[in-house]
Structure formats: C-alpha cells, structure tokens
Write a protein of this length. Structure first.
Length: 240
C-alpha cells in the first residue's frame, strides 16, 4: 500500500492555519446568497456551506467526523450563526441532499463507475513508462480533476494502481521472456546460482554500484560494465 503522504491526494492538514481558513474556507457573498436560498434553518445552512467549502478544497466529500472543528467553526462564524449551530443536527437524508446541491454547483460528475474508468485508463497509460505507484496515482488524480470527476477514495486508487502495475509489468516480463533464446534463459538461471567460494551470485554482482570517483574504481566499473555487456541478448529481448 502506498503512503498517502507520497501522493497528491487532497486531504485536511493536521493543523490548519488562520490564513488557510480565510483563503480556502471563507464563503463568498454569492455562495452565502446561494446557500441561504436553498435552506430554511441555520443547521441546514451551515451543513450546505461546510460541504461546499470542503468539496471545493478536496474534490470529494470527506466523512463528517474527518472535518476539522476549525473549519466548521470558521464557516459558522463567517455566516454569523450561533455557536450552538451544528451539522450533526441535520438528518442523513438532508445531508445527502446538500451534497447533491454542491455537486450541481461545482459541476462534479457523480458517477464513481465513470471515475474509476477514467482513473484506470490514466494509470494504464502511465504504467507503460512509470513504475512508482505514487506517480501512477498522481497521474490518475490529474486526469480525474480535468474530467470533473468526484475523486474516488484513496484506497480505490491505491488498489487500482497496484493491480494495473502488476498486470503491465507482467506483460513486459512475458514479452522479454518470449524474445529470449534458450542460451539467454540458461544464462539468466545461472545468475541466481551462488558461488560456493565467494558466496555471491551473478545477480549480486550485477547489482554492484560504482565506488568513489577514483582511477582504480573507474577501471573496476568499466570491467563491470564490460561483463554486463558480455551477457548479450538485452537489445533483442527489450526490442531496442
């Protein structure tokens, strides 16, 4: 599983500064007028506005428990509502309705099947040249935003990136194996055999990195590269 911290997947910060609250979560006059025209209680007004500002910021609707109290408090103050006003007082049916209103205002596509298809196509295309799962997820995020899709859960993108990456890489491995001859196969199998004297395999030797920039290390590395080139078959196998 990829750490969400290594991706661009949007989420609330652990600590939200006053500046960010003002810039990202302050309703505009137009937004206030829009929300007041669609609600008839303070609790519903707060609910609709909080969902709007959160979805604007994240591209999806977080769980109610995930919304920082600072965000709710800031929106409440901006609307001039009493401190007893709470989203938790709003019925689940009304919450769903408020989210639907937000999607319409923001032009978000409420179709997770379509979003998964967009993400899958983006990841599959990127996996032809990229291997880092975090990079694949970021490519999917870019395409989802461009397509106006409500973002799927991070776990969905993480699982999708892992599955497609394994599938694409498996195709590469099968293609290389098919292009290799009998001698190439035997040579590759020999790479995993451990020398009883050095207690190292050819695979270990192949992974050797260059030492410090000295003349002797340069000569050693040139010998190492010559040994690797001597294995042959790589150009044909890779199709280069």
């Amino acid at each position: 599983m990829v750490s969400i911290d290594r991706t661009a997947y949007p989420r609330f910060k652990r600590g939200i500064s006053v500046r960010e609250l003002r810039q990202a979560y302050s309703p505009s006059l137009d937004e206030m007028e829009w929300a007041r025209g669609l609600t008839d209680t303070d609790d519903h007004l707060l609910s609709l506005m909080v969902w709007l500002k959160c979805c604007q910021r994240l591209g999806y609707f977080p769980k109610l428990a995930e919304i920082p109290v600072q965000v709710v408090g800031h929106v409440r103050d901006e609307l001039g509502l009493h401190e007893d006003t709470r989203i938790a007082k709003v019925a689940e049916r009304s919450l769903r309705h408020h989210k639907s209103l937000v999607r319409t205002r923001l032009g978000l596509v409420d179709d997770q099947g379509h979003a998964r298809k967009v993400a899958e196509e983006a990841i599959r295309g990127a996996a032809q040249a990229k291997d880092n799962p975090a990079d694949l997820i970021n490519v999917a995020l870019d395409e989802l935003v461009k397509s106006g899709c409500e973002l799927p859960a991070f776990s969905t993108l993480d699982r999708m990136a892992g599955d497609i990456r394994a599938e694409v890489n498996g195709g590469f491995f099968d293609l290389i194996h098919f292009r290799m001859g009998v001698d190439d196969h035997a040579r590759m199998l020999g790479m995993v055999r451990v020398d009883p004297v050095t207690r190292r395999s050819g695979h270990d030797r192949a992974k050797k990195t260059a030492g410090r920039a000295t003349v002797s290390h340069l000569r050693e590395h040139l010998d190492h590269l010559a040994w690797l080139d001597g294995m042959g078959g790589s150009t044909d196998a890779w199709g280069g």
